[in-house]
Design a protein around this ligand. Structure first.
Ligand SMILES: Nc1ncnc2c1ncn2[C@@H]1O[C@H](COP(=O)(O)OP(=O)(O)OP(=O)(O)O)[C@@H](O)[C@H]1O
Ligand SMILES: [Mg+2]
Length: 313
């Protein structure tokens, strides 16, 4: 079976990381000094946190990186004690490198409870003579202060459209894919600054053909055509609620889109539809409310229908 592209194309060196300039600059300095503090990598999914941790290890330890890099997932369902034991085991083995420390990379650190984080903090201190921790999280606000204050914090940003486009071009070239301009715009738009998403989308789109069109991307991404969402909003805004509701049903049932996908697309399209700015502000406010409720577990269809009802007001 073909290797998945997110692994195949993950950069092995820091200079191949896209769009995280300041982060990379600081990490390069650690490579030159052959020393580093504990670190906290915070930022959205698919922006290069794991990639940078691995690339940093490659640069520090060269061929020995595997022995000096240990990856753990904080959301290990067996809990913090299992995690601490694994760390203990790993920290006990001798350090091979002349840097004098090994790296422990912990993904999803923000999934740990406050108590578990307190335990982790003690573990970090206990092994800090020969281990450096890199904690990765989506939200640094979920990490307790005592840990934050012991770490150098690095903020990863969504990749901008230019970088996403370059990334897609880079893979397309290696894989001999031809991408129409429409398809490229759709890929960039749906990826939303997340290069993992961009990579996966490209691999799915390219699995059956090497001529990638907008339609293929739309199918692979499982998104509605922008026109259809726009049409639904317009119909709802014209007060044709029942008709808009039928269109919503199509999206949910025929296309099998999730409520979250639909609301994201509505949010995008609302800026492409001519309307009074006052009204737009009210609707954006409503979209935010509906999205929040859906994330909290409220019924998707009810939230979306309520939103359509608001469009008609
Ligand atoms: N800045 C980047 N430069 C180059 N490739 C990137 C970048 N960000 C993400 N990628 C690509 O996207 C995929 C996922 O990246 P990575 O594992 O680093 O994401 P992450 O930030 O750790 O996400 P998560 O929060 O979900 O763990 C990899 O294949 C990687 O090649
Ligand atoms: Mg990661």
């Amino acid at each position: 079976m073909e290797k998945i592209w997110t692994e195949k194309y993950r950069p092995k060196t820091l200079d191949r990381v896209y769009g995280q300039g300041q982060v990379v600059e600081r990490l390069n300095a650690y490579v030159r000094e052959e020393s580093m503090p504990h670190m906290l990598f915070a930022g959205p999914a698919g922006t290069g946190k794991t990639t940078c941790a691995i690339a940093l290890s490659h640069e520090l330890y060269k061929d020995n990186w595997d022995a000096n890099f240990f990856e753990l997932n904080a959301s290990d369902e067996r809990g913090i004690d299992v995690i601490r034991n694994k760390i203990k085991e790993y920290a006990r083995t001798t350090t091979l490198s002349h840097e004098g420390f090994k790296i422990i990379f912990m993904d999803e650190a923000d999934s740990l409870t406050t108590e578990a984080q307190a335990a982790l903090r003690r573990t970090m201190e206990k092994y800090s003579n020969n281990c450096r921790f890199i904690l990765s999280c989506n939200y640094s606000s979920k990490i307790i202060d005592p840990i934050q204050s012991r770490c150098a914090v690095f903020r990863f940003r969504y990749l901008n459209k230019e970088h996403v486009r370059k990334w897609i071009e880079h893979i397309a070239e290696s894989e001999d894919l031809e991408i129409t301009e429409d398809a490229m715009e759709m890929l960039v738009r749906v990826s939303d600054g997340d290069l993992r998403r961009a990579t996966n989308l490209l691999q799915i789109s390219g699995s059956t053909t090497d001529q990638i069109t907008e339609d293929i991307v739309i199918q692979s991404a499982n998104v509605a055509k922008p026109g259809e969402i726009k049409e639904m909003i317009k119909v709802a805004a014209d007060g044709e609620f029942m008709e808009a509701r039928d269109m919503l049903d199509d999206l949910l049932i025929e296309y099998g889109l999730s409520g979250n996908d639909i609301i994201k697309q509505i949010h995008r399209e609302i800026y492409n539809i001519p309307m009074d700015n006052q009204k737009r502000m009210k609707l954006v406010d409503r979209i935010g409310e509906a999205e929040f409720r859906m994330v909290e577990g409220s019924n998707e269809r009810i939230q979306l229908e309520s939103l359509l009802a608001h469009f008609g007001k």
